[in-house]
Design a protein around this ligand. Structure first.
Ligand SMILES: [Zn+2]
Ligand SMILES: [Zn+2]
Length: 201
């Protein structure tokens, strides 16, 4: 059994809840993250509802793809936030760099049987119009690592972080996130409300 994310079509760029692309909903005082390497603004990729007042928000540098260690959980080329404020509003989008994806997609969660995520995604893809590409990932469950296990530790408390989601690039090359053709993995620490993000190819 896996909780698959399934694209349900375009949505408003400031839609609440789980979606890919669009403008991130952020708490008051939020500062858009900059890349540690190129210092440009990161790109907003997705926001995922982990629970009530718990929104995981994922950013990654796309100013110099491949040159900013944007696949690494700690190198400063990406950033994952856990927002716990009940009041979130659309962020002010930077006017430089590549801060947004070209498409905002609504996502629903569907529980699908199977030994693991890969099997559930394949089973779902066989019966769905659009195939497995309309599944941009899974929420919770177990990560399906392409390389070795890279579970990160919380930067605040040092404990291993909980797996939050696996993300695929998207259903359309033109508007997709760039994980080098691989898969991305998001984690959070429930205690500290911290997030982490990385990808493998
Ligand atoms: Zn960069
Ligand atoms: Zn922690």
């Amino acid at each position: 059994m896996a909780k698959l994310m399934v694209y349900t079509g375009p949505t408003s760029e400031s839609a609440p809840g789980t979606r890919t692309g669009g403008v991130p909903l952020v708490p008051e005082g939020f500062a858009w993250p900059s890349c540690a390497t190129c210092e440009g603004p990161m790109q907003f990729l997705a926001q995922l509802e982990l629970g009530p007042d718990r929104l995981l928000s994922i950013f990654m540098c796309q100013n110099d793809p491949g040159l900013c260690e944007e696949w690494d959980a700690t190198a400063g080329g990406n950033h994952a936030y856990v927002f716990t404020s009940p009041t979130l509003t659309p962020a002010t989008v930077p006017t430089t760099g590549v801060p947004l994806l070209e498409e905002t997609c609504a996502v629903r969660i569907e529980e699908v049987g199977g030994a693991d995520y890969d099997e559930a995604r394949a089973v779902f893809g066989r019966q769905a119009e659009g195939g497995p590409r309309i599944v941009p990932g899974q929420l919770g469950g177990e990560p399906s690592w392409l390389q070795g296990d890279e579970q990160p530790s919380c930067e605040t408390c040092g404990r291993p972080m909980s797996f939050a989601a696996q993300l695929e690039e998207g259903h359309n090359h033109r508007t997709a996130a760039n994980y080098g053709g691989g898969s991305a993995y998001a984690f959070h620490c429930a205690t500290c409300a911290t997030g982490a993000f990385l990808w493998q190819q």
